[in-house]
Design a protein around this ligand. Structure first.
Ligand SMILES: *Cc1c(COP(=O)(O)O)cnc(C)c1O
Length: 343
């Protein structure tokens, strides 16, 4: 809604605008925000750079040159699931500045990454950043339902605030202020520092787990929040089941992403392989994220459960294979035989 509000407030300044360039991120909210504001998305898929999915800067540049005033803005995203990389906001802000097109940054949970903050500041230095929107709950440990719109000029923020129809609920601001007062400066800053250490620890642990089981962790150097590990040892048809097993074991932060040719329609836009940030096919992977507020014991517990669930799953797979190859020929589907109770 805050992204929508920014776009709505820019409408009058750009009377010919019909489109928003949207760098594909498979999270429905930001796409919906464009249609909610009454614009249409021009979708730019990321390109592959080694393991990472990165911003297709050239395509954005070409579209900006072609469309000019027909564009309301370019929307970039700085926080996302690996192997998608945070967008190259420095390059995009330079393009936006050169062609006088607004640049809206969806910084959903990016405030917790020092690297992201540095990049936002650099993007402002080398070009144009009109507004940066972040969720309150994802960055400040308050309940879901508020967002913070930030900018480099107070007048920009004021004109966005003036576009708000109504008085708005003061609950999100109140919760944020109460949380700040409760924490104080040190306790407020400490979790950000902690997240940084925890992420490095998580990456080390996931890398060693991956090595032990014959998988590997995608190398996405700029993503300092989310990690992805290949799932080549689990057949594609069983990967979703593995995801649900993890979920049922209380590993709610892990998500299995399977590749598929199927299409998903959101706001009339068709996406191949929705969830993967790209139509490009892959072998399936597991995502885990290290967000602010995660404690050491939670990280330990995550890996204890992940390790045992994975081992058990692989054993069950092998058992199923044996049975299928056995003389009875009776095939026991894994989802029936998989015992999720005793662990
Ligand atoms: C969470 C998220 C949103 C939506 O934020 P809300 O606070 O739920 O409105 C948008 N984009 C991305 C990338 C997100 O992660």
């Amino acid at each position: 809604m805050s992204l929508s509000l920014c776009m709505t407030s820019w409408r009058r300044r750009r009377p010919k605008a019909k489109y928003v360039i949207w760098l594909r991120i498979d999270q429905k909210s930001s796409l919906k925000s464009i249609y909610h504001a009454g614009f249409e998305a021009i979708i730019v898929e990321p390109t592959r750079d080694h393991d990472a999915l990165v911003t297709d800067v050239e395509t954005v540049n070409r579209i900006v040159e072609q469309r000019g005033e027909e564009l309301l803005c370019v929307m970039t995203t700085t926080s996302c699931f690996a192997p998608r990389s945070p967008d190259n906001i420095e390059a995009i802000s330079a393009i936006c500045a050169a062609h006088d097109v607004p640049h809206l940054v969806n910084n959903a949970y990016g405030l917790q990454s020092e690297e992201t903050i540095r990049k936002i500041a650099a993007a402002h230095e080398c070009g144009r950043v009109d507004a940066v929107v972040q969720s309150l709950d994802k960055n400040f440990q308050v309940p879901v339902g508020g967002a913070l719109i930030a900018g480099f000029k107070q007048s920009h923020i004021q004109s966005i605030a003036q576009a708000y129809p109504g008085r708005a609920s003061s609950v999100p601001s109140r919760d944020l202020v109460l949380t700040f007062l409760y924490q104080g400066q040190l306790a407020f800053l400490e979790p950000f520092q902690k997240q940084k250490q925890m992420f490095l620890k998580m990456r080390r642990k996931l890398t060693s787990f991956a090595e032990n089981v014959g998988e590997c962790v995608y190398d996405v150097p700029e993503n300092e929040i989310s990690l992805a590990m290949t799932l080549s040892t689990i057949p594609p048809t069983k990967q979703t089941l593995f995801g649900s097993v993890l979920f049922s074991r209380g590993i709610t932060g892990a998500r299995v992403v399977q590749s598929s040719q199927s299409k998903t329609t959101i706001e009339g836009c068709e996406f191949v392989n929705f969830g993967s940030h790209t139509a490009e096919q892959h072998g399936g992977y597991l995502n885990i994220a290290c967000s602010i507020g995660m404690a050491d014991h939670e990280l330990e517990e995550l890996f204890t459960r992940l390790t045992s669930s994975y081992a058990k799953f692989i054993r069950q797979l092998a058992k199923e294979d044996d049975r299928r190859g056995g003389s009875s020929g009776r095939r026991v589907p894994m989802n029936e035989s998989f015992d999720m109770e005793n662990d």
